[in-house]
Design a protein around this ligand. Structure first.
Ligand code: 5AD
Ligand code: SF4
Length: 458
């Protein structure tokens, strides 16, 4: 009888990776995903590289929200070829991975892997597969699995942390790719959020920003938990030594009276709400599928300002949405003038593949979009300067974060997210100080630390 011999050979790793570099584009959720991926890589004993060119592993954590964001990454990937470190492993993660999937391999043959927003926990196995097989690896599943090791995330700041509470979005605004790139809403269990927040506080973190595409939907997908967003806030506020809590971002339709009362009542919850209106005309809002009218939005703001009189509001606005007339744009302008947002992110509409709005003609000429954008930005600059002027002589609680760019002054933010610079020494970093405002610059308040105890919380 003959002997049948089977030869096993351990697969050979074709490349070795010791250092990594992650370039992040887009929103805070992407920044957090970068921190989570960095945590996984460091568990594998990889160390951060000083720059892209010296990294053995290079990851582009990408954004698809607007055309410009995508073009930046596409340009970068095209230029890179194998121009980075010879033999570097190169991958794309984030929203573009979901939007473009394997077409990225066709366009950029030098890419080694594409990992979608629902698969960041698979990064390790994707790396192994790419290294051992030397083949391009695609991992872009539709369903989000809640098995992320949040506790291992490597954050750059040791004072301010982002904490994910809900992923995905079910709102389907007609212009937006997020429901397609980040999938449906999945809330994270409250115990897991509380555990992470407690750990962060033990480590000395002073400010936690709760993140989600729409944090106000928190818990609606899991009624059995009996924990909606305002319930979660109350649980987090009750953690001993909790510093500040912020949250973003919110859909106006889900901002409830209970949430407004939580902002009023909970000491750690900052009086700032990002409350994106997107457009001032009810016809355009309907076409955007924002599910509120201009009047309903105004009513919510009025109620919020009644319940929390010192609240500051931020907003997002899109100009040049298909068919937007000059009169309809003027409605947006008038609302901005009337509501006086403290912060406004203003964008020109860009059609996104796969969205319902893509079916409509992008009929507002680019010059008109840019003109509308500029008019709103000029208005916002004026409102910002008037607001800063009105704050002269007032005192605010500031979390001291670091030295300002010039290296001479310290920098921090008020509860209402206003940037303040002031004289002081390094020992103040990480403390809360009362700062009296005496002047202001572009987007910045300038003050000095108070010695008496008068404190106005704004
Ligand atoms: N064009 C322009 N702006 C957009 N946004 C989302 N999609 C688009 C698009 N297709 C803006 C919205 C959103 C913010 C994050 O980006 O204002 O609130
Ligand atoms: Fe996009 Fe609308 Fe969801 Fe915000 S609420 S992420 S704009 S679909």
């Amino acid at each position: 009888m003959g002997i049948i011999g089977v030869w096993y050979s351990a697969p050979l790793m074709t490349r070795e990776i010791k250092t990594y570099f992650i370039r992040t584009y887009g929103c805070q959720m992407n920044e957090l995903d970068t921190d989570i991926m960095a945590g996984q890589l460091q568990k594998r004993n990889l160390i951060p590289a000083a720059d892209e060119d010296s990294a053995d592993l290079l990851i582009f954590n990408t954004c698809s929200i607007r055309d410009l964001a995508e073009r930046k990454v596409m340009g970068k990937l095209g230029r890179m070829g194998r121009g980075a470190k010879k033999n570097a492993l190169i991958g794309v993660t984030g929203c573009m991975a979901m939007a473009k999937r394997d077409s990225l391999f066709r366009k950029f043959p030098h890419l080694d892997f594409v990992v979608g927003t629902n698969n960041i926990t698979d990064l390790g196995s994707v790396l192994d597969e790419a290294l051992y097989t030397n083949r391009q690896v695609l991992r872009t599943e539709e369903k989000f699995e809640e098995n992320i090791d949040y506790l291992a995330a490597k954050r750059e700041s040791n004072l301010k942390a982002h904490v994910s509470i809900i992923r995905g979005c079910d709102k389907f605004c007609t212009y937006c790719v997020v429901p397609y790139t980040r999938g449906q809403e999945v809330s994270r269990p409250p115990e897991s959020i509380i555990e992470e927040c407690k750990k962060l506080i033990d480590q000395g973190y002073k400010e936690i920003t709760l993140l989600g595409q729409n944090v106000n939907s928190y818990g609606k997908d899991r009624p059995e938990w009996g924990c909606l967003f305002h319930d979660l806030l109350r649980k987090l506020d009750a953690i001993p030594q909790m510093g500040r809590i912020r949250f973003m971002t919110s859909h106006p339709i889900d901002i409830t009276r209970e949430l407004m009362e939580a902002i009023r009542d909970l000491p750690s919850l900052c009086e700032f709400v990002h409350f994106p209106i997107q457009a001032g005309s009810s016809r355009i809002l309907k076409k955007m599928h924002r599910i509120y009218t201009k009047e309903q939005y105004l009513e919510k703001v009025a109620l919020l300002r009644e319940i929390v009189p010192n609240v500051s509001l931020g907003t997002d606005i899109i100009v040049g949405f298909p068919t937007e007339t000059e009169e309809e744009f003027q409605e947006t302008y008038d609302i901005m003038k009337a509501l006086r947002f403290s912060v406004a992110f203003i964008y020109a509409y860009s059609p996104r593949k796969g969205t319902p709005a893509m079916r409509w003609k992008d009929d507002i000429p680019e010059e008109v979009k840019q003109d509308r954008l500029q008019r709103l930005m000029d208005l916002q600059t004026q409102i910002g300067n008037e607001e800063r002027n009105s704050l002269l002589g007032k005192t605010f609680e500031v979390l001291v974060e670091c030295y300002n760019k010039d290296g001479a002054m310290l920098k921090g933010r008020t509860r209402c997210w206003k940037k303040v610079i002031f004289q002081g020494d390094e020992s103040l970093i990480g403390t809360f100080q009362k700062v009296n405002i005496h002047s202001f610059g572009h987007q910045t308040l300038i003050g000095s630390i108070e010695t008496n105890n008068k404190l106005l919380q704004l």
